[in-house]
Design a protein around this ligand. Structure first.
Ligand code: PEP
Ligand code: MN
Length: 267
């Protein structure tokens, strides 16, 4: 599915939300319905997970893609999901409206070239130790293959203090905007790794001029197979969406809703 939900840029704010990983049909569908009801524009969930340890849950793979397609049909939300391997790009693009290239793959040049050749917008996440320059060069690899629909994502960088999982670099938003016309979204979930920091930093990201947010939501975070400590409960996500609406109004912006009309151009 494509269309208005993917209308990043200008005065619009696009909120992508869902579980870190697709775990079960019930978990995905309940999260998808909850984030749709709260006003998210895209459902985000991983079928292929880039895990630090090979012993950790790696995602459901193709079965996860099928569940994402089912959740998309059930809610009307287009899906954004990560692709890890250049050989899977076509298969993932068949189930998803937008492809995510994760931070660990920001400089996987064969993957960047491959997603540069498909007709899908690409969410390109900043590497945890990547400079702004390196992120923009990574985007160039995609753009150069012909795909102009690249969305940059600040998701925190590695720093000295373990108080948060990463250090969310909100100054990256205005800096990227001064250097590029590409939309910039912020992921406060990975950027802090802490549920109690996600809402304040999401609000701050909107105030800093972000074009969208990526928020992890899980119906039972303590049971999550991946990233539970940073997942919002559905009701917390709903409350955040109300805040975002208020902030957007103050800033002359509007939150993209499923089905809302827009004269947006790509991405
Ligand atoms: C994710 O989005 O679930 C993810 C693994 O993020 P990152 O690539 O930023 O670590
Ligand atoms: Mn995650």
């Amino acid at each position: 599915m494509t269309g208005d939900h993917l209308a990043f840029g200008a005065d619009r704010l696009v909120v992508m939300a869902g579980p870190c990983a697709v775990e079960t049909r019930e978990q995905l569908l309940s999260t998808a319905h909850a984030v749709a009801a709260a006003g998210a524009a895209l459902l985000r969930g991983g079928a292929y997970k880039p895990r630090t340890s090979p012993d950790s849950f790696q995602g459901l793979g193709p079965a996860g893609l099928e569940l994402l397609a089912e959740a998309s049909a059930a809610t009307g939300l287009p899906v954004v999901t990560e692709v890890l391997d250049p050989r899977d790009v076509e298969r993932v693009a068949a189930s998803a409206a937008m492809l995510q290239v994760g931070s660990r793959n920001m400089q996987n040049f064969p993957l960047l070239r491959e997603v540069g050749r498909v007709d899908r917008p690409v969410l390109l996440k900043r590497g945890a130790a990547a400079t702004i320059d390196e992120l923009l060069h990574a985007a160039d690899y995609i753009l150069r293959e012909g795909n102009q629909r690249v969305v940059l994502c600040e998701r925190g960088v590695r720093a000295f203090d373990p108080a948060t999982r990463y250090l969310l670099d909100l100054a990256a938003v205005p800096v990227l905007k001064s250097r590029s016309d590409l939309p910039v979204v912020v992921d406060p979930s990975h950027g802090t790794g802490r549920r109690d920091c996600v809402v304040p930093m999401a609000r701050a990201a909107v105030a800093a001029g972000a074009d969208g947010l990526l928020i992890e939501v899980h119906p039972a975070p303590h049971e999550a197979l991946c990233d539970g400590p940073q997942a919002l409960l559905p009701e917390d996500f709903s409350a955040l969406m109300r805040d975002i609406d208020t902030l957007a109004g103050m800033l002359g912006r509007r939150v993209v809703r499923p089905g809302s009309r827009s004269s947006a151009t790509a991405p």
